[in-house]
Design a protein around this ligand. Structure first.
Ligand SMILES: *Cc1c(COP(=O)(O)O)cnc(C)c1O
Length: 423
């Protein structure tokens, strides 16, 4: 059977143990969704849990905080516990709270303790803008010039970071390190274990942004000894638009006073004593601030059930097969069309593939027109994420065929080479 044939794609689907999970999700007919790394799709379980929690509001009113199958007062902790295996944390090292950016603010406010000549924060030049904005404002709040005190490790060719370069930048004047686990454009996975060991050796707190890795790859944050991590749940975890984020604080750091305090960071049993002297929780719960966004936590409960049943290991295995197949087809079918694969071809890639092309924005418009949902990243990136839980090998095959057809017929030319408001 030829690798480029539809029959070959179908034979891969037949062997796929996760193929039945597609039925768990709401997939639109005739649409191939390749954007699960920006917003994962709704599953029936996630919908069910949202309806359950609406129902608990309807039936219990205020008593929903302690009644029902998912009492709201303990929801951040229980969802945190369920996320812990996905990041390799102990149960009480993980809490569901805030958003990626607000959690970074909390963790930087906690772990960035400049003193003497140790005043700088180390990040990288390929980092997600929101993280950079947050770090700059944390520097400014402490009275430091962000331009001078935020050190950004350079990439070697605009796509990838070299761990050697990052470690070399862990100098005496660095007070905090914040890095992505998977780069949002190229999908490169940084060697978190190695970077953490180097930071630990130098006594510099280190934390990771797991937005593009949680639900896509395995992690061992506790064993590696990472100080902290934070992530969103609406990408690979399929928690829904604006779903509550997550954070990890290593148990070695329990007892650290949260930089930004609020009553939901209290010990559960004393929170409602209403004392003006805060009694912080002795685990990751301490880093919560205010009342949990219960209705934005609800879908995550259902979404996580699927990961619990399948296990992240199998998700990762299928994801690697899907992206490998995608790259193979691209190399054969789109040869000479001006595309460059901007992701690592080895297993240091996360869950998506970056295709670079100078007409990327209008190619994305043309893909949407023929029913493939990609993701454009300025200036020249088409991100394609075949997701293990709901995409098939046949989806990948059709995506490449449609892309080939768009290029052969120059169907992208009728669109402007310009991004939409959200892209
Ligand atoms: C998606 C993403 C964010 C988004 O942050 P929010 O606070 O959830 O809006 C931040 N950082 C990275 C790396 C991301 O991929």
């Amino acid at each position: 059977m030829k690798l480029t044939s539809l029959d070959y794609a179908r034979s891969l689907d037949q062997k796929d143990e996760l193929s039945n999970l597609q039925e768990e999700f709401y997939l639109q007919e005739d649409i191939i969704y390749m954007d699960g790394n920006s917003l994962g799709l709704l599953s029936k379980r996630a919908e069910g849990k949202l309806l359950d929690l609406l129902h608990s509001w309807k039936t219990f009113g205020i008593d929903g905080w302690t009644e029902g199958d998912h009492p709201w007062f303990y929801l951040s902790e229980s969802v945190g516990e369920k996320m812990a295996p996905l990041v390799g944390g102990l149960k009480n090292e993980v809490i569901a709270t805030g958003s990626t950016t607000t959690n970074l603010h909390q963790l930087a406010a906690t772990f960035y303790k400049p003193s003497g000549h140790k005043t700088k924060i180390l990040a990288d030049e390929l980092n997600f803008p929101s993280d950079i904005y947050a770090l700059k404002s944390q520097l400014a709040l402490k009275g430091y010039d962000p331009e001078e005190h935020l050190v950004r490790v350079k990439s070697r060719e605009g796509r990838f970071l070299a761990e050697d370069d990052i470690i070399e930048a862990m100098t005496d004047d660095i007070a905090l390190i914040v890095l992505p686990s998977v780069l949002y454009r190229s999908g490169q996975i940084l060697d978190m274990k190695r970077l953490t060991a180097a930071a630990n050796e130098r006594g510099i707190p280190i934390g990771f942004d797991l937005c593009h890795s949680v639900g896509a790859i395995e992690h061992s944050l506790h064993d590696w000894g990472a100080d902290f991590a934070f992530w969103c749940t609406y990408k690979h975890l399929n928690g829904g638009p604006g779903s509550v984020g997550g954070l990890f604080v290593h148990e070695k750091n329990f007892g650290n006073v949260p930089g930004l305090s609020g009553w939901f960071g209290s010990k559960k049993e004393s929170q409602f004593d209403m004392d003006h002297q805060m009694d912080p929780a002795l685990d990751a719960g301490a880093f919560q601030i205010g009342t949990p966004h219960v209705l934005s936590l609800a879908p995550i409960i259902g979404a996580l059930e699927l990961f619990e049943e399948v296990g992240i290991k199998r998700v990762r295995e299928k994801s690697l097969q899907l992206t490998n197949y995608l790259m193979e087809l691209i190399r054969i079918e789109l040869d000479g069309e001006g595309f460059t694969i901007g992701s690592p071809v080895d297993e240091t890639r996360g869950g998506h593939i970056l295709l670079e092309h100078k007409e990327a924005a209008r190619i994305c418009s043309a893909l949407k027109e023929v029913g493939v949902i990609p993701d454009f990243r300025a200036p020249n990136g088409v991100r394609l994420a075949p997701v293990a839980l709901y995409n098939s090998f046949e989806d990948v095959w059709h995506t490449v065929q449609k892309l080939k057809n768009i290029m052969d017929e120059k169907r992208y030319e009728k669109f402007e080479n310009k991004r939409g408001v959200v892209a």
